[in-house]
Ligand binder design. Structure first.
Ligand code: ADP
Ligand code: MG
Length: 337
């Protein structure tokens, strides 16, 4: 059983950044407005993610660590149209099997009888003890791969692992301008992206966040995308975001951010479609730069393809390809008109 959970963990936890991604997913699923990530030694010694979300009731803390225990979906039907980032219920279990994990959480007042303080659960000992904390959850993950030196050896330098961790948070941050993020490494603030003010329009919030995360120069050298399939289309798709102007294109794959229903994905259909739209202007020399958000009927996309959920499968990849291609082409054409 120990072996099986270690093998399963390998698919979810490859490096510190995988842990960061899963923990931030959970914070966002819990409705957090602010997420703080604290790291030591590129995340290998410590990954702590703190949120101000709804918390975990005391009696559910041990359940949260069980494999395939999720509070997010209850039926196969719900899996078809899952609206949360998580749904497989394996992240915390997987992380706990390859590192020292503790959960510290407090639910809002009135939500549960014992919300006057937080509860701390040590995953290894199972010990549950009262502890001070405001409403929300802190997950601490220490000494990743401590019991598997072979896997620890595959990790790169702290600086490289840190860069991957920051990238993982950046992917979340681009999709959620309404949430504030901060990343600390060795006690120093590495990145901070403030939440958009409550009344701000989605467009303004997104523009602000794109500028904060990808740099002012991206904002100044990109065009807004706002596209939707015609209303008589049986399966409407909406594509929005920004694409970098052709002469701004940099040969950097990490400047390509694609989201499907709010989830960051790495997908060949989408990247190929964007490239195809740029083909004439970029002459295949450089990679386009973009942050594209696709909204599509959740029943037409399968997010349960891979444990990390970074890959998706579309029911009809042609319609997605066409939507992205048209969205980018129309944007580029409008800028030349
Ligand atoms: P999943 O996200 O797929 O449900 P996880 O293993 O990531 O599975 O988390 C297990 C459960 O723990 C979640 O379903 C949720 O109930 C609870 N949980 C984890 N992290 C948090 C958090 N930051 N805030 C509130 N609940 C959480
Ligand atoms: Mg999760």
């Amino acid at each position: 059983d120990e072996l099986i959970s270690q093998i399963a963990a390998g698919e979810v936890v490859e490096r510190p950044a995988s842990v960061v991604r899963e923990l931030v997913d959970n914070a966002l699923d819990a409705g957090a407005h602010h997420v703080t990530v604290r790291l030591l030694a590129g995340g290998v010694r410590l990954i702590a993610v703190e949120d101000d979300g709804q918390g975990i009731p005391r009696n559910e803390l041990p359940v949260a660590l069980k494999r395939h225990a999720t509070s997010k979906i209850r039926s196969l039907d719900e899996l078809e149209s899952v609206g949360t980032m998580g749904f497989r219920g394996e992240a915390l279990a997987a992380i706990a099997s390859v590192a020292e994990l503790s959960l510290l959480s407090r639910t809002p007042p009135g939500d549960s009888a014992d919300a006057e303080h937080a509860w701390l659960l040590n995953a290894r000992t199972g010990e549950l003890s009262p502890a001070p904390r405001g409403v929300g959850t802190s997950v601490e993950v220490r000494e990743l791969f401590y019991a598997t030196p072979a896997r620890r050896k595959f990790l790169k330098t702290d600086a490289t692992e840190l860069a991957h961790c920051v990238e993982a948070v950046r992917r979340h941050a681009l999709a959620r301008p309404d949430v504030g993020f901060a990343i600390w490494h060795e006690g120093k603030l590495v990145e901070q992206w403030r939440a958009a003010p409550p009344g701000a329009s989605p467009e303004d919030s997104m523009a602000q966040r794109l500028g904060d995360v990808l740099g002012r120069e991206f904002l100044d050298n990109s065009l807004p995308v706002a596209w939707r399939s015609s209303s008589d289309h049986p399966h409407p798709i909406r594509v929005w975001g920004r694409v970098g102007l052709p002469d701004f294109a940099r040969a950097r794959a990490d400047q390509q951010f694609a989201y499907v229903n709010g989830r960051f994905v790495r997908d060949k259909v989408v990247s190929h479609a964007a490239r195809a739209a740029f083909e004439d202007v970029l002459h295949g020399q450089r990679q386009p730069v973009y942050a594209l958000f696709m909204e599509i009927d959740p029943r037409r996309v399968d997010v349960n393809v891979h444990p990390t959920k970074i890959e998706v499968r579309f029911r009809d990849s042609r319609e997605v390809h066409q939507a992205v291609r048209h969205a980018v082409e129309d944007t580029l054409a409008a800028s030349r008109a």
